[in-house]
Write a protein that binds this ligand. Structure first.
Ligand code: ADP
Ligand code: MG
Length: 323
């Protein structure tokens, strides 16, 4: 039983950034307005995610750590139109199987909070805790019980950089949430949750980047494309700054990149690439989110409407940017 658990856990938890991704998505699902993420040594020895979301009732805590125990999918039909970020109900089970985990949480309707500790999947304690409404996870010593796995971790700097890159994407996909990111004791990212994408872009990429952007706001049939693109003169030697979000989730999409670049054809030099931060709203029926456990690569059941919407959105914005 234990081995099977560890293998399953390894599918969800690859490295510190995968832990942070799952925990922050849970915080967002819980309606948090403020989320603090802290890591030490790239996250390998210490990760903390604190939120002011709804919290977890004492009676539900142990349940939350059972595999496939999710409070988010109620019927089979829900699976077709997932609106919350998490839906597989295996993050907490997996993370707690391969680390030393502590959660301190209180639901708004409870007087007193709870502190639950679990190490390598084994329960240590469940006690009262005085804490505000919300949830704080502390994860220590990731993969301490699977040395074979910890050998695959990169240097702390590289793992920390992966967490930083992830935080950038999360922050950009949720301008309505105030984020603080602390790395080895230093605050490295801070947003204010004013709901404006441009504010989030400013926090992540700096004011020089944020100044030279053209706004995009376009709807074609059922696909909406909103966000910002770079002026043609600010093109780059690579595609690193092409950011796409679909229904609130950061994704890799070849269709999106192709449509973006097609729209810039003729206005930038061959071998140069546009930058973009584009939020797509797409009907749940035309995306297949259930492709990869990490849910990064998105597949479209029908690519055409997505390609066309992005292409025309960018074309239109570029023309207006010219006037
Ligand atoms: P999933 O997110 O797919 O439901 P998880 O294993 O990530 O599965 O979480 C299990 C359950 O724990 C969630 O369904 C939710 O009820 C609860 N939970 C986890 N994190 C939080 C949080 N930060 N605030 C409130 N509830 C949480
Ligand atoms: Mg989850």
């Amino acid at each position: 039983k234990h081995i099977a658990e560890l293998i399953a856990a390894g599918e969800v938890v690859e490295r510190p950034s995968s832990v942070i991704k799952e925990l922050v998505e849970n915080s967002i699902d819980a309606g948090a307005k403020n989320i603090t993420v802290e890591i030490k040594n790239g996250g390998t020895t210490f990760m903390r995610v604190a939120d002011d979301g709804c919290g977890i009732y004492r009676d539900d805590i142990k349940k939350a750590f059972l595999r496939h125990a999710t409070s988010k999918v109620k019927t089979a039909n829900d699976l077709d139109m997932i609106s919350t970020l998490g839906f597989r109900g295996e993050a907490l089970a997996s993370i707690s199987a391969v680390s030393r985990l502590q959660v301190i949480t209180k639901n708004e309707n409870e007087e007193i909070g709870s502190c639950y500790e679990i190490e390598g999947g084994d329960e240590i304690s469940l006690e009262d805790a005085g804490c505000p409404t919300g949830t704080t996870f502390v994860i220590r010593d990731l993969f301490y019980n699977i040395p074979a796995r910890s050998k695959f971790l990169k240097k702390d700097v590289a793992e920390g950089n992966a967490v930083s890159a992830l935080m950038d994407k999360i922050v950009l996909s949720h301008p309505e949430v105030a984020f603080t990111f602390i790395r080895d004791g230093k605050q490295v990212l801070r947003t204010f949750g004013d709901g404006k994408l441009l504010s989030a872009i400013y926090s992540v990429f700096g004011k020089d980047f944020a100044k030279g952007l053209i706004p995009v706001d376009y709807t074609l049939d059922s696909v909406t494309v909103k966000g910002y693109i770079s002026k043609p003169i600010n093109s780059r030697p690579n595609r690193n700054m092409q950011n796409f979000f679909i229904n609130g989730r950061f994704v890799k999409t070849r269709t999106g990149m192709a449509a973006l670049e097609e729209a810039y054809k003729g206005s930038i030099m061959v071998g140069k690439f546009p930058s973009a931060v584009l939020q797509l709203t797409v009907p749940y029926g035309i995306i297949d989110v259930n492709v990869h456990p990490a849910k990064i690569e998105v597949r479209f059941i029908n690519e055409r409407p997505v390609f066309d919407a992005i292409y025309h959105a960018v074309k239109t914005a570029l023309q207006q940017g010219d006037e």
